[in-house]
Design a protein. Structure first.
Length: 181
């Protein structure tokens, strides 16, 4: 099911439709947005952000993660594929040196408690940031849930993935290994 809406995060009606109409589906949720050059296209410098960390309440910026390869994942508790991806990313994280690689998850739930409840059931040890207004998701022009980006040590986008399929985990790990070289 495709939804023709201009922006995902700030439109509560749109989120409501996703939450209740598509949450149980195993496919990714796609949005139709203009296909012109995205700010997060491969080779471009990643758009910055300042978001609050779920655990600490500390405001963090993307610049704080420079110097490491970053797997940046936009997700929400109501997204069916997200429920599968976060625990698998937790396992994937252990495959790489924490000095060189880090996962940063950006939660798009409007209500912080929804993210907390989800993470109580599926705990992760990597950084989770909150984007309840969807400002970072809009800046990155996220068009599917979940959407992930691989960033190099200089903060440039290497690759992106719209949606999540467990069978693609090997491809993601290979891209991380290649970027770490």
């Amino acid at each position: 099911m495709l939804v023709n809406r201009r922006l995902l995060p700030r439109d509560a009606g749109f989120r409501h439709g996703f939450r209740f109409g598509l949450a149980g589906m195993a496919c990714c949720c796609l949005l139709l947005l203009p296909a012109q050059g995205l700010p997060a296209d491969p080779g471009k410098e990643a758009p910055g952000f300042q978001l609050t960390a779920l655990k600490t309440g500390q405001v963090m910026s993307l610049a704080e993660f420079r110097g490491k390869v970053i797997y940046l994942d936009f997700w929400a508790s109501w997204c069916g594929p997200c429920r599968k991806s976060l625990p698998l990313y937790e396992k994937m994280k252990s495959e790489f040196s924490p000095e060189k690689f880090q996962i940063v998850a950006i939660n798009l739930d409007e209500n912080r408690d929804d993210a907390v409840r989800f993470l109580d059931k599926h705990p992760v040890s990597y950084t989770v940031l909150l984007d309840p207004a969807g400002t970072a998701a809009s800046l990155w022009q996220v068009r599917a849930m979940p959407t992930s980006f691989l960033l190099d040590i200089d903060g440039r986008v290497v690759q992106s993935w719209a949606g999540f399929y467990p069978s693609h985990l090997g491809e993601i790990e290979d891209a991380i290994r290649s970027t770490l070289r």
